[in-house]
Design a binder for this molecule. Structure first.
Ligand SMILES: Cc1cc2nc3c(=O)[nH]c(=O)nc-3n(C[C@H](O)[C@H](O)[C@H](O)COP(=O)(O)O)c2cc1C
Length: 408
């Protein structure tokens, strides 16, 4: 990531008077109750669609959260936020192959408010790019609101990143490091809920203690959050390959709150997505890392490592990763993005192919300046070398995907 961390000014600690309690329990014990439902009756009477949620009682907010979700078609298969990777052309590619909604990469709220260059490079969208979650990291409610107001007309949720565990997030005091400052999280959510017309969502990580996670989720719901995406790993479980996401914690959150809940973690192919929905009861799933190598994952295609063998697997010669790269590049020509994003997708999509033909990768590495011409030609050279690594599809998914007009 490339932005300058914002300062951690103005944060305050919860641990002074309740140091023996976990952060969320301490917060519950000390926070003064400031619920939306305690607003004057006059304000409640003003409620109606298209007005900020500040005017709604708790019950009406839940109903409205569901009405919004239903209006969006209750998307189940969703592209997770990925810095430098879930940009417009990639989202559009995933949508073509079964994704029903998508998140932008995390945008830095302060830089978004300050820099026209940052805004125009990092946030692009189009009419077909819906439903869309626009995600921000933030630690200042006013700055977050200012940034959110700019994107409100173009999205279906403004999302707050409460899950980034990287060092840059620690230094900048955002993402999962706000889990140490729950009053600040509450104020970020409330600021948006009280002032935006578009619903507010949060993407969280779990606490090591299940009850803390549940209390955290309930606090966010009470603050007016309309949808929760739960990544079933703790802040310290950074390595997704090493730590399996805890679907049982996601299930517990889903049972504990009344707003829509999305599950995140361990979605490597379509069976994972379906099993996750069943096991967690979640309303949708997010996939990140696996989509980068296989943007057609939600349409049922799978890479060789997830083919189970035997009769149920089927080689599908209609689609492979270079095909997907060509489609992605054409989308990039239509919807320009910085070259570093394109470069990153080339590595992710052609990783296996580069392993077979390392000299093509070396030539690619040596290009300080890329062009579309070079990239199309590189794919042709790979094909001419005779490499063939198909994507696969289980028989059971072929009919469904063909019926959608994809991959037929
Ligand atoms: C390249 C990359 C960039 C990511 N950037 C973001 C981000 O901007 N915001 C966010 O909330 N999570 C981000 N994540 C985390 C993912 O959204 C997701 O929570 C995590 O990878 C677990 O999902 P997975 O097991 O399907 O990969 C990123 C992950 C990857 C691989």
């Amino acid at each position: 990531m490339r932005f300058t961390p914002s300062s951690a000014a103005g944060t305050f600690s919860l641990f002074t008077s309740n140091f023996h309690l976990s952060p969320i329990r301490s917060f519950m014990a000390t926070a003064s109750s400031h619920s939306l439902s305690s607003l004057p009756a006059k304000d409640l009477a003003d409620c109606g669609l298209g007005t900020p949620s500040r005017y709604l009682s708790g019950e009406s907010r839940i109903e409205r959260a569901w009405a919004h979700w239903k209006k969006l078609g209750e998307p189940k298969m969703i592209v997770a936020p990925m810095v430098d990777n879930s940009e417009l052309p990639f989202r559009m590619l995933c949508r073509k192959y079964g994704a029903q909604a998508a998140y932008t990469p995390m945008l830095h709220s302060r830089i978004f408010t300050e820099s026209e260059k940052y805004r125009s490079e990092e946030f692009t969208t189009c009419k077909e790019d819906r439903p869309l979650f626009v995600q921000f990291c933030a630690n200042d409610p006013d700055t977050l609101l200012k940034a959110a107001r700019r994107v409100e007309p173009y999205c279906d949720y403004v999302d707050i990143n409460l899950g980034c565990p990287q060092h840059i997030a620690r230094r900048g005091n955002y993402g999962a490091f706000l889990m140490d400052n729950l009053p600040l999280i509450k104020s970020l959510v409330e600021k948006l809920v009280f002032n935006l017309n578009v619903p507010v969502s949060c993407k969280i990580r779990i606490f090591p203690d299940l009850q803390d996670t549940i209390n955290y989720a309930r606090m966010l719901e009470d603050a007016g959050c309309s949808l929760l995406a739960v990544h079933g790993r703790t802040r310290d479980e950074k390595d997704g390959k090493k730590f399996r996401a805890d679907w049982s914690a996601i299930r517990a959150v889903k049972s504990a709150v009344r707003i829509p809940v999305l599950a995140n973690g361990n979605i490597r192919h379509i069976d994972d997505a379906e099993n996750c929905l069943k096991e967690t009861g979640a309303d949708g799933v997010l996939s990140a890392e696996s989509l980068l190598g296989n943007p057609a994952l939600f349409a049922g295609f799978r890479t060789a490592e997830w083919v189970l063998g035997g009769e149920e697997s089927n080689e599908d010669r209609t689609l492979d990763q270079p095909d997907l790269l060509i489609e992605y590049l054409m989308l990039c020509e239509e919807y320009p993005v910085p070259w570093r994003m394109i470069r990153s997708h080339v590595y992710k999509l052609l990783g296996e192919w580069f392993r077979i033909h390392p000299h093509i990768r070396e030539d690619f590495n040596a290009q300080s300046k890329l062009t579309f011409e070079y990239l199309y030609d590189m794919v042709n050279r790979l094909r001419e070398l005779g490499a063939s690594i198909p994507l696969y599809m289980k028989d059971s998914h072929v009919r469904r995907v063909s019926a959608n007009g994809i991959g037929a």
